[in-house]
Design a protein around this ligand. Structure first.
Ligand SMILES: Nc1ncnc2c1ncn2[C@@H]1O[C@H](COP(=O)(O)OP(=O)(O)OP(=O)(O)O)[C@@H](O)[C@H]1O
Ligand SMILES: [Mg+2]
Length: 658
């Protein structure tokens, strides 16, 4: 594939900072990948190159593309997310961050649980979420608890600052960090220690960031600290696709780049290589409704493509059924794979009706980011055991596994153990290893704790010389985990699914250990970042939220639930965030390469009752001439119905034959 002149200029510009600011499908990600290869050809060692992607999946894809170009040399490249980069830096420099090696990384659920425990009892759910988000924002802005307290304007902010302080204290006691710390701590380390900064700046001589518009301020500071004055970096992004402001991303970072790096060169790409011309025109029209700082005109010389179909459905079940019917016909007529088709929606709850319709028609599907392997209790249990083996300070892991399976160690015993641990400044596991502590507890739970500690120390000895998947097998065997699972599940299917999940985890551990030969602690840290991994290579219709679809492309895309209140989301409308919703709509439209299907229901079940819906205001922003709106042109409807029926008959015949 030939790069166009603007792409070429972006790839070859290596003397100073560069921003590629361009619309959807214009080849920004492509530029990053090509540039990796170009830099290696120009004599950069792969080890000196760093490319940052938004998700693990994007990193994996970029690695595959780089490997196709660079073969073995690609192995030395660092291609990862901001969080994975932060983790890497902390593993290398733990003591600068006040951590001991073997620290644990709490996932989002665990850190929320911890906050809940520390928050005043009886606090409302809304308040708790507010506190969680506020603390996360404070962390992303680089404020420590002391600064947060100094900044607090009212009682509510002071409460947040106090909770933040006790939360950090507890994390420190656990020798643990949360996801926000994975960025905050490296930033603090680099900004404080000159020597560290020079070391890391020398290590990565060239930096690239994809989806730059969605970085938050902590991520920007990390980038700046790593790039230093030299400014050897390329950032690529599209302000029209900024869709994470609600989560702390700061689109201002685009302008900040120009202010902090006066030598910044900006390259614009204007040709879209992804979308059929009609789809691109529709997307351009929609985004034109937003006030824009950097207006862009994208063109495409791809074929027009068929009109964008708008389906009008009775309710969500009807909608799901019809969308699936349309996709089956696309697959049948277009001779593509199921994975070339995607259904995108605003919220995860919308997947349910679709799943049902897919199952009823025996259509294979894959839900991205839905029920992740790492959300399953059995996988969390197994990982908690490994974490506790690697990090005796990990009280979160201790509490998760101490009664899994049951060891008859009650809440009172654990409370007393906790008091003793606090008094002696030890972790729960360390305290349970002290005879003097055990002596103060009732005989039975005390014996159970002693036995548990005994097992742990045995596994800790083994950890150095046993492969992690084998260690896990040994642990699960010793604790009778299999028998424990037998008591949990009602059906053999549930039981088998759990076993498959455990086996999948073992495979992942074995794979990682082979690749990196790292220790157990490092391994559990890395695995804890995998939660957004979509490593499912099965062929199936892709189901995902619009947010998760960022950066991806599919031949056929269906965008469902286009009702006001669903999309744009009611709370976004209330809070005046319609422009961000419109950017999300733009992201959705521009995922489609060949055909685009839009649908809405006239009625929708919400909170148990049925309510009438109005079509999304975004539908009215699409140019009418690009649409084939069901019910408005009866002849076209009839023709489409005939095509659909023919495709379904063909599929039935194929199913019967096969
Ligand atoms: N010069 C080119 N010639 C042909 N195809 C290209 C060219 N550049 C990019 N493409 C193709 O266009 C599609 C879109 O490219 P890419 O994903 O890099 O765009 P993007 O700007 O990153 O999009 P998004 O904004 O959605 O992230 C890909 O299929 C890519 O292979
Ligand atoms: Mg991209």
């Amino acid at each position: 594939m030939q790069l166009n002149p603007a792409q070429n200029a972006a790839v070859r510009h290596i003397d100073g900072p560069l921003l590629v600011l361009a619309g959807a499908g214009s080849g920004k990600t492509r530029v990053v990948t090509e540039k990796l290869a170009y830099l290696v050809e120009r004599g950069f060692a792969p080890e000196q190159l760093l490319a940052i992607t938004f998700t693990n999946k994007a990193a994996r894809e970029m690695r595959e593309r780089a490997a196709a170009r660079l073969r073995a040399q690609a192995e030395g490249l660092t291609i990862c997310t901001f969080h994975a980069l932060g983790l890497r830096m902390m593993q290398a420099e733990a003591r600068f961050a006040g951590l001991r090696p073997g620290f644990s990384v709490l996932d989002a659920d665990e850190s929320f649980k911890l906050l809940k425990e520390l928050a005043p009892s009886g606090i409302s759910k809304d308040n708790l979420f507010w506190l969680k988000n506020t603390i996360s924002q404070l962390k992303n802005q680089g404020h420590d608890p002391g600064q947060a307290m100094a900044l607090a304007g009212g009682a509510r902010e002071r409460q947040a600052a106090e909770l933040y302080a006790s939360y950090q204290k507890r994390l420190a006691a656990f020798n643990a960090v949360d996801f926000d710390d994975l960025i905050r701590l490296p930033v603090a380390m680099l900004e404080e220690h000159e020597s560290l900064r020079s070391r890391w700046q020398a290590r990565y001589r060239y930096l690239m960031v994809d989806e730059y518009q969605d970085t938050n301020s902590a991520q920007y500071r990390l980038l700046k600290a790593l790039a230093g004055e030299r400014g050897a970096f390329t950032a690529v992004g599209d302000d029209d696709q900024s869709i994470y402001a609600w989560r702390g991303a700061d689109p201002e970072n685009l302008n900040r780049l120009g202010e902090d790096y006066p030598a910044l060169r900006i390259v614009k790409l204007e040709q879209n290589y992804r979308c059929a011309a009609r789809i691109l025109r529709a997307a351009n029209a929609v985004i034109g409704h937003n006030p824009r700082v950097h207006p862009k005109t994208l063109w495409s010389d791809l074929p027009e493509g068929p009109p964008i179909r708008v389906l009008v459905c009775r309710d969500n079940d009807h909608e799901a059924e019809r969308v699936v019917g349309e996709l089956i016909a696309r697959k049948e007529n277009g001779k593509c794979r199921w994975s070339d088709c995607a259904v995108l929606y605003r919220g995860n709850h919308q997947a349910r009706a679709l799943e049902q319709a897919l199952r009823l028609t025996s259509t294979p599907y894959v839900i991205a980011g839905g029920d992740s392997l790492f959300d399953c209790a059995e996988v969390k249990d197994a990982l908690a055991y490994l974490r506790l083996i690697a990090n005796p300070s990990d009280d979160g892991a201790f509490l998760r596994v101490i009664n899994t399976p049951r060891r008859e160690i009650g809440a009172t015993t654990l409370e007393r153990l906790g008091e003793q641990a606090a008094r002696l400044n030890l972790s729960l596991s360390q305290a349970a290893g002290q005879d003097s502590v055990l002596a103060q507890l009732p005989a039975r739970p005390s014996a159970a704790l002693a036995q548990f500690e005994h097992l742990l120390s045995e596994w800790r000895r083994q950890a150095n010389r046993t492969a992690p998947d084998e260690l896990l097998a040994e642990v699960l065997d010793r604790i009778g985990y299999s028998e424990y699972l037998d008591t949990l599940d009602k059906t053999p299917e549930q039981r088998q699914r759990r076993q498959r999940n455990i086996d999948a985890l073992k495979n992942i551990l074995a794979g990682f250990a082979r690749q990196r030969r790292s220790g157990l602690a490092e391994l559990t840290q890395v695995v804890s970042l995998l939660s957004d991994a979509d490593d499912d290579d099965r062929d199936g219709v892709r189901l995902m939220t619009l947010h998760a679809a960022k950066g991806l492309e599919f031949r056929h895309v269906a965008l469902v639930g286009l009702e006001d209140g669903t999309f744009p989301h009611a709370s976004a409308v209330d809070e005046g965030r319609v422009e961000e919703e419109r950017r999300l709509f733009y992201v959705g439209l521009t995922r489609a390469r060949q055909t685009l299907l839009l649908s809405y229901s006239e009625k929708r079940r919400r909170f148990g009752s049925v309510e009438a819906c109005t079509p999304s205001r975004f539908l009215d922003e699409l140019p009418a001439k690009e649409l084939h709106w069901e019910g408005r042109e009866p002849e076209r409807d009839a023709e489409h119905a005939r095509d659909l029926a023919a495709a379904h008959l063909a599929r039935m015949a194929a199913l019967l034959d096969g």
